[in-house]
Design a protein around this ligand. Structure first.
Ligand SMILES: Cc1cc2nc3c(=O)[nH]c(=O)nc-3n(C[C@H](O)[C@H](O)[C@H](O)COP(=O)(O)OP(=O)(O)OC[C@H]3O[C@@H](n4cnc5c(N)ncnc54)[C@H](O)[C@@H]3O)c2cc1C
Length: 416
C-alpha cells in the first residue's frame, strides 16, 4: 500500500478499516543470503539498501526486542553534517543528502525538518575552531555561516547574553541540519524494507555465531539456528556483548546517555541550539516539548537509565544558556546505551571472520548517520569493498595509528 493523500481519503470512506500492517511478521527461514543483527535505525537501513541498491533478495533483520525500542527511538533527534575531519565530513554530508530525500524514497513521513543548528561559541579560540570547521563543511557543500553575538541575538533573543559567566561570542550556523522523528525513521525503513521482501523478525535474539575454519556459517538465536552467507552486526550499545560471542574484543565501551523533555509549550525555539561552554543541546518538538540532553553518565553500563548527577549537570547547562527553561516542567527523562568508541568515530568494517561484518561505535551521533551508515554498510556487505566515504571507519585504526579524533581530545570515551 502506498501512503498518499488519496489513500487517506479512500480510508476515510471505508471508516479507516482498510489499513494494512506496516510490515509483515514472518517466521524465520532456515537460511538467508544476508542477515542483519539489530533492528535499530542502522540495521533496518542496511537491510533496506541491500534490497534496494544491491537487489539482495534473501535478507532478514533479527531484532531481540521490537523495532524502534533501542537508541533509534530514544535519541534527541538531531541530524547534521557539521564535522571537521576528512574521515567524517564527507560521510555525514552523504547522510544529510539521503535525509533530504528520505521521505520520498521511503514513502513515509519521518518528519525530517531542516530547521538549522546553531553551535554557540564563548571564547575567541572556540570561534577560530568553528571558522575552521565551517570551512571544512563548505568544502563538502554542507553549508556553514559564522554569526557574531548580534547575529545570534537576532535569532534567539531569549539566550543569556547579559548576565552569563561564559558570554556568547557568536555561533556556527548549519542551516541544513535539524531534526527528524526518531522512531518514525525506524518504522519508515522497516516498512520500505519489508515491501522489498526483507523479513523483519522481532523477538529474535542472536545468542551465538556458528563459525568453522574462520568462516561464518550462521547464527544461533532464541528462535533456532539460522544459516547465512553474510551477517552484519548493527546492535549499537550491545556491540561488545554480541561481538564477544564471535570471540572479538572491540575498542568500544557501553555508557548510558540520558535525554529529557518538558511539558508542551507554545513555539519558542525554531531551531537546534548547542551550548559551547558546557554540554547541553536543545530543540523543540512538534508537540511543543523542549527536548534536551547533555553528557553521558561516565561509567560503563548496559542499563537504559541514568543517575542524578548528570541530570543536575544538564539542568545547570540549560539554566546558564537560557534561564527561562527553569520555568518549564520536566515531563519525562530516559536513557539509552551508547556504543562509545575510543576516538569518538564509528566503525563500518569487515572482521577477521569471513562473512562477518561490523557496524558500531556511533557514540552520541549515530542517529544522524542512520541513512549513510545503512547505505555504506550495505555496500560493504554486498561488494566486500568499503564505500568511498567510509574508508576510514576501520577496526584496525588504533593499531595503525589512524584514529579519527574529531575533537582532538584523545582516546577516552567520556570526552567524545
Ligand atoms: C538519549 C540519546 C540521545 C541521542 N541523541 C542523538 C542525536 O540527537 N543525534 C544523533 O545523531 N544521535 C543521537 N544519539 C545516538 C543514536 O541514537 C545512536 O547512535 C543510534 O540510534 C544507534 O544506532 P541504532 O539506531 O541502530 O541503535 P538501536 O536502535 O539501539 O539498535 C540496535 C538494536 O540491536 C538490538 N540488539 C541488541 N542485541 C541484539 C541481539 N543479540 N540480537 C538481536 N538484536 C539485538 C537492540 O534491541 C536494538 O534494537 C542519541 C542516543 C541517546 C541514547
Amino acid at each position: 500500500m502506498r501512503y498518499s493523500a488519496l489513500a487517506i481519503m479512500r480510508q476515510v470512506l471505508k471508516g479507516h478499516r482498510g489499513w494494512t500492517p506496516a510490515w509483515r511478521d514472518p517466521e524465520p527461514q532456515s537460511s538467508y543470503d544476508f542477515i542483519v543483527i539489530g533492528g535499530g535505525g542502522h540495521g533496518l537501513a542496511t537491510a533496506y539498501y541491500l534490497a534496494k541498491e544491491h537487489n539482495a533478495a534473501r535478507v532478514a533483520v533479527l531484532e531481540k526486542g521490537w523495532i524502534g525500542g533501542g537508541n533509534v527511538g530514544r535519541n534527541t533527534t538531531i541530524i547534521r553534517a557539521n564535522y571537521l575531519l576528512d574521515g567524517n565530513q564527507p560521510f555525514y554530508e552523504l547522510s544529510l543528502k539521503l535525509w533530504e530525500n528520505l521521505e520520498q524514497d521511503l514513502n513515509y513521513n519521518a518528519m525530517v525538518s531542516q530547521r538549522g543548528i546553531l553551535n554557540l561559541c564563548h571564547t575567541d579560540a572556540q570561534r577560530d575552531a568553528y571558522r575552521r570547521r565551517g570551512n571544512a563543511m563548505m568544502f563538502t557543500g554542507s553549508g556553514a555561516e559564522l554569526l557574531d553575538a548580534e547575529g545570534v541575538r537576532a535569532m534567539y533573543p531569549f539566550l543569556n547574553f547579559d548576565d552569563a559567566r561564559f558570554p556568547i561570542k557568536g555561533g556556527l550556523l548549519h542551516r541544513r541540519g535539524g531534526t527528524a522523528r526518531h522512531d518514525g525513521v525506524a518504522w519508515g525503513y522497516a516498512r520500505a524494507a519489508d515491501q522489498r521482501g526483507v523479513d523483519i523478525i522481532q523477538n529474535c535474539e542472536v545468542t551465538g555465531f556458528r563459525i568453522e575454519n574462520g568462516k561464518l556459517l550462521g547464527v544461533e538465536t532464541t528462535r533456532g539456528y539460522i544459516g547465512a552467507k553474510k551477517v552484519g552486526v548493527a546492535v549499537a550499545g550491545s556491540s561488545g556483548r554480541v561481538m564477544a560471542q564471535a570471540g572479538m574484543r572491540l575498542p568500544i565501551e557501553s555508557h548510558v546517555l540520558q535525554a529529557f523533555v518538558t511539558e508542551g509549550l507554545k513555539p519558542v525555539l525554531d531551531g537546534v541550539i548547542t551550548y559551547g561552554a558546557g554540554h547541553f543541546y536543545v530543540s523543540q518538538s512538534d508537540k511543543g516539548g523542549l527536548v534536551f540532553g547533555g553528557d553521558i553518565d561516565g561509567y560503563n553500563t548496559y542499563a537504559q537509565r541514568g543517575n542524578l548527577p548528570v541530570v543536575e549537570d544538564v539542568a545547570e547547562g540549560g539554566m546558564s544558556l537560557m534561564p527561562m527553561i527553569g520555568r518549564a516542567r520536566l515531563l519525562r527523562m530516559w536513557g539509552g546505551v551508547m556504543d562509545m568508541s575510543m576516538d569518538g568515530s564509528p566503525f563500518i568494517d569487515h572482521t577477521g571472520i569471513e562473512g562477518l561484518y561490523f557496524n558500531g561505535g556511533w557514540c552520541y551521533g549515530g542517529f544522524k548517520a542512520t541513512p549513510a551508515s545503512g547505505f555504506c554498510f550495505a555496500h560493504l556487505m554486498a561488494t566486500d569493498r568499503p564505500h568511498d566515504v567510509a574508508t576510514a571507519y576501520r577496526l584496525d585504526r588504533f593499531r595503525t595509528g589512524r584514529m579519527i579524533d574529531e575533537k582532538g581530545v584523545g582516546a577516552q570515551p567520556n570526552l567524545h
